[in-house]
Design a protein around this ligand. Structure first.
Ligand SMILES: [Ca+2]
Ligand SMILES: [Ca+2]
Length: 363
């Protein structure tokens, strides 16, 4: 009887416990979803801030280019080194100052240090060690107007058989990334990168780097994107050209390559005119004739690399732009955010993350 008297109370107690537990779980779920929503909004705002900061760095880079002596462009000029801070006067924010939560750096790379893909001969392309004859034949087929494939090349018949199918360009390449559509051009060849097992190009941006200089594009693995360009008049700036590109030039002697690289590293021996080629005792007659056909000493096109991150965050967000310079005038030809937008990686967010911290892979 005593047990029967207590049963209703026990039942009520159990119901109350269930209700309290259910309400607690509901409250926890709502709290967690609210935190996710708040963090999503924060990341969206940070994305917008990063874009604005990177644009401000671009403005500063254009200013440096406009102030540069355009008669000669070489690797020890201000545009060619990393600039870590964007002065506060560039924007109305304290970007890049000690008080700013943001860290910004940028540098420019000379596009005329590369081979113009649309104007290069088959011999010049074949000189690049990362391209075999079949890849060169396919590149030429991609650009030429006809539909007749070169030996080992590829035209519409090949591309229309792919899944999904697409057409051969049969015209000049507008964006260097088009190379990835061409038969035989693998991501490894294009990026020169250490790809992970999933095929992601990890060298796109060195997210593990804590110092921006470690991710210098000139020290990164070299791929076709570092050797070829779609900009310029086809001449190569020998004050900035890399050894890899020089070795691709048919008949250019090793001594000439060594001389050009040596003068790039000398503060007072830059090439400034054709006389510097003609009067150079290290060049053979063939070297001189070759260089007078393809060499120049300055550039009108530059690739801009901008890296932005919040202080304390180990992951950089990278932007790449192409800038054309004509005298004191500069024009932005392209602008691209290279790393994955933060907002798409919200799945990496965990409820245990502290405010302001980032999970690996967020940027
Ligand atoms: Ca210059
Ligand atoms: Ca064709």
């Amino acid at each position: 009887m005593i047990g029967k008297a207590k049963s209703p109370k026990a039942a009520v107690l159990i119901v109350v416990v269930y209700i309290v537990a259910a309400l607690s779980m509901l409250a926890f779920a709502l709290t967690f979803r609210s935190r996710i929503a708040i963090r999503q909004a924060q990341l969206l705002i940070e994305n917008l801030q990063q874009e604005e900061i990177a644009r401000a760095a671009c403005v500063q880079a254009c200013g440096v280019l406009a102030a540069d002596d355009e008669r000669v462009d070489c690797l020890d000029e201000p545009w060619s080194v990393w600039h870590e801070l964007v002065p506060a006067e560039v924007t109305d924010q304290s970007i890049g100052t000690e008080d700013s939560p943001w860290q910004v750096c940028w540098k420019l790379v000379d596009e005329s240090a590369k081979i113009n893909l649309n104007l290069a001969s088959a011999d010049l392309l074949s000189g690049l060690e990362c391209l075999d004859e079949a890849a060169v034949a396919s590149i030429l087929d991609w650009i030429d107007k006809d539909d007749v494939p070169n030996p080992d090349g590829a035209e519409d018949d090949y591309y229309s058989s792919l899944e999904p199918p697409y057409s051969c360009k049969d015209g000049p390449i507008d964006n260097i990334e088009e190379l990835l559509l061409i038969k035989g051009i693998t991501p490894q060849i294009y990026y020169g990168a250490n790809l992970d097992e999933a095929g992601n190009h990890s060298a796109e941006i060195d997210t593990e780097s804590t110092e921006f200089a470690e991710a210098d594009p000139q020290n990164s693995p070299v791929g076709l994107r570092d050797l070829l360009t779609v900009y310029g008049d086809g001449r190569i700036n020998i004050n900035t050209v890399s050894e890899r590109v020089l070795h691709a030039i048919p008949l250019l002697s090793d001594a000439a390559v060594a001389e050009i690289i040596s003068r790039q590293r000398s503060a007072s021996r830059k090439f400034g005119s054709m006389d510097d080629i003609q009067n150079n005792g290290s060049f053979t007659l063939t070297d001189k004739l070759l260089l007078m056909q393809i060499a120049k000493f300055n550039s009108n096109h530059f690739q801009l690399y901008v890296k932005v991150r919040k202080r304390g965050n180990p992951f950089w967000c990278e932007y790449v732009a192409t800038i054309e310079r004509q005298g004191e005038n500069t024009q932005l030809l392209s602008w691209q955010r290279k790393s994955r937008p933060v907002i798409k990686d919200i799945t990496h967010f965990t409820s245990s993350s502290e405010e302001g911290s980032y999970s690996k892979g967020l940027m």
